[in-house]
Design a protein around this ligand. Structure first.
Ligand code: ATP
Ligand code: LTN
Length: 335
């Protein structure tokens, strides 16, 4: 709780233009969550991004684009605190402390660490390993009650809860123990080329993902090329991952239920299905893209949001950090 309201935290990495998976699994839910009910913090988690090598100019550009996409997708920066993680140093400071309350065995079990180390075998750095402690710090600094994420982050959330409980057991009620919030659909959007694999912005095959800033004709082309199967039946089943994924995407962007979607698609061929899904995605993304390009032209406004929200986030984050520092026994500051 913060100022009598429930608190909510989430973040995304600025490792590339975000995908339809990031949008349906996270960003769209953020927009639907009520900023009247929650005190909302949405961070561009740039500190997390450098666990894999980044080109500095690219990282800076992507981070700004991501922040603008948050706003373009419908998050009002007056009501939601939208900021860069690297602008609030309390994140790194608390992360260090939490490092000392997290076991190697726990970090060793994290599937994202295993996946990313396999993918970046030449750079298995300590940051990649302790990444979940930084993520726990992000969440716990804002005393978050809920954390809306895609299902792939559930394991990190469970670890965050364990760390918070461990700390509270030693020092008293310092941290709120957060709950994971998963949307109803789109919690795991799959690759359009290998529908048994998660849609990922780092996929080398551009046809595998829809990027939020893809032009309409590119989106339509990617859906046309989407991998399905050969039996021609539109059904929502695990043994038809390509078709299931297309239906999930459709439901995610149109807010329909699987039953409604199946009824709409009854008797149609795969070609028409792909076209309908493509059109629905274009209709959803076009207004976001327009707003994004408008914002890109409005440097002063975006800069103001960045400055003001970093200050606001810093205020809350430092309050928690000071409390933690006191609890663990660091000497008080002399004023
Ligand atoms: P990468 O794609 O490079 O592996 P990522 O997209 O998994 O990275 P983030 O950008 O930090 O990593 O993810 C931001 C949010 O998007 C998280 O809440 C994550 O759960 C969600 N997310 C990512 N991919 C998907 C997906 N395919 N379907 C649903 N949600 C997703
Ligand atoms: N680990 C997440 C990104 C992330 C995050 C967070 C999500 C970093 N800190 C705090 C929710 C809350 C990812 O890789 N998708």
């Amino acid at each position: 709780m913060l100022d009598g309201k429930k608190s909510l935290f989430s973040g995304m990495q600025a490792t590339g233009t975000i995908t339809l998976g990031n949008y349906l699994g996270a960003l769209k839910n953020w927009v639907e969550l009520d900023s009247e009910e929650y005190q909302c913090f949405y961070s561009v988690v740039d500190l997390h991004s450098i666990t894999v090598r980044q080109d500095p100019a690219e990282l800076r550009k992507r981070a700004r684009n991501l922040l603008m996409l948050y706003i373009a997708a419908g998050l009002d920066p007056e009501k939601n605190c939208i900021y860069y993680q690297s602008h609030v140093s309390a994140h790194t400071e608390l992360a260090w402390i939490l490092n000392c309350f997290t076991y190697m065995g726990e970090l060793n079990r994290m599937t994202q660490f295993k996946d990313k180390s396999a993918k970046h075998a030449d750079n298995i750095n300590a940051g990649l390993f302790t990444y979940p402690c930084l993520m726990a710090a992000d969440i716990l600094l804002y005393q978050a009650d809920v954390v809306p994420v895609g299902i792939d982050q559930k394991q990190h959330l469970e670890l965050t809860r364990d760390i918070a409980e461990r700390f509270n057991n030693i020092y008293g009620e310092v941290f709120t123990v957060p709950e994971v919030y998963l949307g109803k659909v789109g919690t795991k959007v799959m690759s359009l080329q290998e529908p048994t694999k998660k849609m990922s912005k780092s996929d080398e095959n551009a046809n595998a993902h829809i990027l939020l800033l893809d032009e309409p004709d590119v989106i339509m082309r990617k859906f046309k090329k989407a991998v399905t199967d050969s039996d021609g039946e539109i059904a929502y089943r695990e043994d038809k991952p390509g078709i299931k994924n297309l239906i999930d995407i459709y439901c995610g962007v149109t807010n329909s239920t699987v039953e409604q979607a199946l009824k709409e698609f009854e008797g149609l061929g795969y070609g028409v299905l792909k076209e309908r899904v493509g059109e629905a995605v274009v209709a959803e993304l076009k207004p976001i893209q327009d707003k994004f390009y408008d914002l890109s032209k409005n440097k002063d406004y975006v800069d103001k949001v960045i400055k003001e929200n970093a200050e606001k986030a810093g205020y809350y984050a430092n309050k928690t950090l000071r409390k933690v520092q006191k609890k663990v026994g660091f000497p008080e500051r002399v004023r």
